[in-house]
Design a protein around this ligand. Structure first.
Ligand SMILES: [Zn+2]
Ligand SMILES: [Zn+2]
Length: 98
């Protein structure tokens, strides 16, 4: 069974191999650590591995989204409070006429 090299995603590697020969050569040339040592930990909690391409783990990303939503909600509430309260009365009057 062949699968794609997780590093370059171009070359195919055999099961049990961590990277293709090109990447292996490149790594030994640059003296980089093994792929196992390269798991990036979440920069927020530092307990879970970060998602690929992110610096946060799934849990922290969820939390970040939740916080972002809360902020959007808070902004909405602030915007509503900033509205002229008379506007609501006008709307009510209009519906009574209907
Ligand atoms: Zn590769
Ligand atoms: Zn985290």
């Amino acid at each position: 069974m062949l699968r794609k090299c997780p590093i370059c995603e171009l070359n195919y590697i055999h099961n049990g191999e961590t990277m293709c020969r090109t990447c292996a050569a490149e790594r030994s040339r640059r003296n980089l650590p093994k792929i196992e040592d390269e798991i990036i930990m979440c920069s927020e909690c530092g307990e879970n591995p970060a998602l690929p391409g992110r610096d946060l783990c799934e849990e922290c990303l969820k939390e970040q989204k939740r916080q972002a939503n809360l902020e959007i909600l808070a902004d909405k509430v602030r915007a509503d409070e900033a509205d002229d309260p008379l506007e609501e009365d006008i709307t009510e009057d209009a519906s009574e006429e209907d």
